[in-house]
Design a protein around this ligand. Structure first.
Ligand SMILES: N[C@@H](CCC(=O)N[C@@H](CS)C(=O)NCC(=O)O)C(=O)O
Length: 249
């Protein structure tokens, strides 16, 4: 299996997490945002990531990919066995994918795109220094497209996205009502989807999402904005308990 991905991206993180949770060895092809468009379009006809190539077929859409992995590799299960609980867990995933994820991304990007080189430095982590230097140099040319594609259109959009991010954190807190998991007594796709999509609000150490860079004003303000929310602690807990490291081939 080959995962074509953008680093950090919370939709991509859902699939990385699923592959690692199920201990499925896979290859990762990691693109710089912008440079992903042509090769990804060649695979699926769309520029969206994640894409999982499995037996020569390119699948897109994190929920579709996870569904395929769950059918092919049912253990350990991410879907609850009980049909009602399963429907509830999948509905939670859908809400995070469709409603919360785009807003969280917009809110984060609006803040970090103000911080000169933070965005290109973050998304090129792990690449050779020359690639990082060149990406940093050319990134200002691509920044307007990043803003446009992600709905970063101005203060009104940012304020709304911040309110939706807050709503996502509150939603998890209310749904848990002090329990550990969102559906039933065990970790499921609902927890994975919520924690992965909310991952940008937390300062995590897992190598797939660790923002291993000196912090500028913008990212510090972003992290401080959410740090006291109980759901951020819950995201950390889900990562500590249920987010294994990657299986190498
Ligand atoms: N509903 C899709 C959303 C995927 C999505 O928005 N992917 C973003 C990752 S941040 C992306 O690849 N954006 C770049 C692009 O669309 O060209 C999923 O669940 O996979």
């Amino acid at each position: 299996m080959q995962l074509h991905q953008l680093p950090f991206s919370h939709y991509n993180e859902k699939v990385r997490w699923t592959l690692d949770y199920k201990q499925l060895p896979h290859e990762r092809v990691t693109y710089l945002p912008g440079l992903h468009m042509r090769p990804i379009r060649r695979l699926t006809g769309s520029t969206q990531t994640p894409v999982l190539v499995i037996d020569g077929e390119a699948l897109r859409g994190s929920a579709t990919i996870i569904d395929t992995l769950e059918r092919r590799h049912p253990s350990p299960a991410l879907y609850p066995e009980d049909p009602d609980a399963r429907a509830q867990a999948l509905a939670i995933q859908r809400r995070f994918d469709d409603e919360f994820a785009p807003a969280i991304r917009l809110a984060l990007f609006a803040e970090i795109l103000e911080d000169g080189a933070y965005f290109p430095d973050l998304f090129s982590l792990g690449k050779p220094w020359l690639v990082r230097a060149l990406y940093r140099l050319v990134f200002p040319l691509g920044a307007p497209t990043v803003r446009k594609v992600n709905g970063v259109t101005g203060p009104a959009a940012t304020v709304e996205a911040l309110a939706t991010t807050q709503a996502a954190l509150d939603f998890v807190d209310a749904l848990r009502g002090g329990r550990t998991y969102l559906v039933g007594e065990a970790f499921s796709i609902a927890d994975l989807a919520a924690a992965a999509i909310l991952m940008p609000t937390a300062d995590l150490r897992h190598p797939d999402v660790h923002r291993d860079l000196p912090k500028g004003e913008a990212i510090r303000a972003w992290e401080q904005r959410w740090a006291a929310h109980p759901t951020v602690r819950w995201v950390e807990l889900m990562y500590e308990r249920h987010r294994p490291l990657r299986q190498r081939r």
